[in-house]
Design a protein around this ligand. Structure first.
Ligand code: PAF
Length: 284
C-alpha cells in the first residue's frame, strides 16, 4: 500500500490502474479511522479491484468556531489499519496541495443543506461538496463510499452526483455502533469516560422513538417529545436539534406518510455528536 500526498502522483497511480482495467473504489475520510470507516473500506475492498482511502481534514467545511485545529489526527495508525484492510492507496494531501490559492469555485447543493446540520453549521455542506468534487475529479473512482451516520451529507452528495453528472456510484454504508449503542465517530475521542456514558442517551432516545413508530405512532410531535424527554433526562446532554424529515427532500414532515429520517445532534460537554435512523413506511 502506498501513501501519496500530491495530486499529480495520485492521478498517475489511478490512471495506470485504470489502463490495466481495474475498477476503483474511493473512501473519502478525515482520518482518525474507527470501525465505521473500517466497514466502508472493507466493503470497498470487496467491490473494487483497487481502493483509495483519502485522508484530509478539510478546512473549508469547518466554521471558525469549530474544532478544525483539535480534530484528532493519527496518520500512522490510519495507515496501519488501511493496510490491514487491504486498501491500495492512501491519498493524504496537505491543505496547501488541495487549496494552493484562494478558491473562487464552490459546489453548493441548494435546499437539502438548509436544515438539520446545515442550519447549525453555516457553509459546512458547501465545504463538503467542494472537497468531495475535487476528490472525485482527482481520483475518478467508479464507486465512492459514505456512511449513513452523516445522513444529510449522504443525501447531498447523492444529489450532487446526480445534478452534476459525476459518473460515480455512491454506496451508502450502515451506521456502525459500539456494543453500548454509541454510534462510532472520530469525535468520540473527545469524550471522557463519564461523557461517553452520558452519550449513550442519544442512541437510547432514538431506540425509543423507533419502538413507538413500530407500534404505529404517527404524531411527529409525540415522537420528537419522546426523544427530547429522554435526552433531557441526562444532565450532561444538551440538544442541538431533533428533526424528523422526509428521507428524499430532507424537509421537516408534519405527518408520517413517506420514508423518514429521524436525526439528532446533541452536545455532550463541548462535543457535538450526531445520530439518526431511517424509518421506511411499509407499502402494500
Ligand atoms: O464525512 C467526512 O469525513 C467528510 O465530511 C468527508 C466526506 C471526508 C469530506 O471531507
Amino acid at each position: 500500500m502506498k501513501t501519496i500526498s500530491d495530486i499529480k502522483s495520485a492521478r498517475n497511480t489511478v490512471q495506470n490502474w485504470k489502463k490495466d482495467g481495474y475498477t476503483i473504489g474511493l473512501v473519502p475520510t478525515m482520518g482518525f479511522l474507527h470501525d465505521g470507516h473500517a466497514s466502508l473500506i472493507e466493503k470497498a475492498v470487496k467491490e473494487n479491484d483497487k481502493v483509495v482511502v483519502s485522508i484530509f481534514v478539510n478546512p473549508i467545511q469547518f466554521a471558525p468556531n469549530e474544532d478544525f485545529d483539535k480534530y484528532p489526527r493519527d496518520l500512522q495508525k490510519d495507515s496501519d489499519l488501511c493496510k490491514k484492510l487491504g486498501a491500495d492507496l492512501i491519498f493524504a494531501p496537505t491543505a496547501n496541495e488541495m487549496y494552493p490559492s484562494k478558491i473562487y469555485t464552490k459546489v453548493d447543493v441548494q435546499s437539502l443543506g438548509d436544515n438539520l446540520c446545515g442550519a447549525k453549521r453555516q457553509g459546512h455542506f458547501s465545504g463538503v461538496c467542494t472537497v468531495v468534487s475535487k476528490l472525485f475529479n482527482i481520483i475518478k473512482p467508479d464507486k465512492a463510499y459514505f456512511g449513513q451516520k452523516d445522513a444529510q451529507q449522504l443525501a447531498i452528495v447523492k444529489k450532487m452526483v446526480e445534478d452534476l453528472n459525476f459518473d460515480i456510484e455512491i454506496v451508502p454504508c450502515k451506521i456502525i455502533r459500539e456494543p453500548s449503542g454509541l454510534a462510532m465517530s472520530s469525535r468520540n475521542a473527545y469524550l471522557t469516560d463519564l461523557q461517553k456514558n452520558s452519550a449513550l442517551i442519544i442512541s437510547k432516545s432514538l431506540n425509543e422513538a423507533l419502538k413507538s413508530l413500530k407500534f404505529g405512532e404517527q404524531n411527529v410531535g409525540k415522537i420528537k417529545n419522546i426523544i427530547e424527554q429522554k435526552i433531557k433526562s441526562e444532565p450532561l446532554a444538551k440538544i442541538d436539534y431533533i428533526e424528523i424529515v422526509d428521507l428524499q427532500s430532507l424537509e421537516p414532515v408534519t405527518k408520517i406518510q413517506n420514508d423518514i429520517l429521524v436525526a439528532v445532534a446533541v452536545f455532550i460537554g463541548k462535543t457535538r455528536l450526531i445520530d439518526n435512523f431511517v424509518f421506511k413506511m411499509e407499502r402494500e
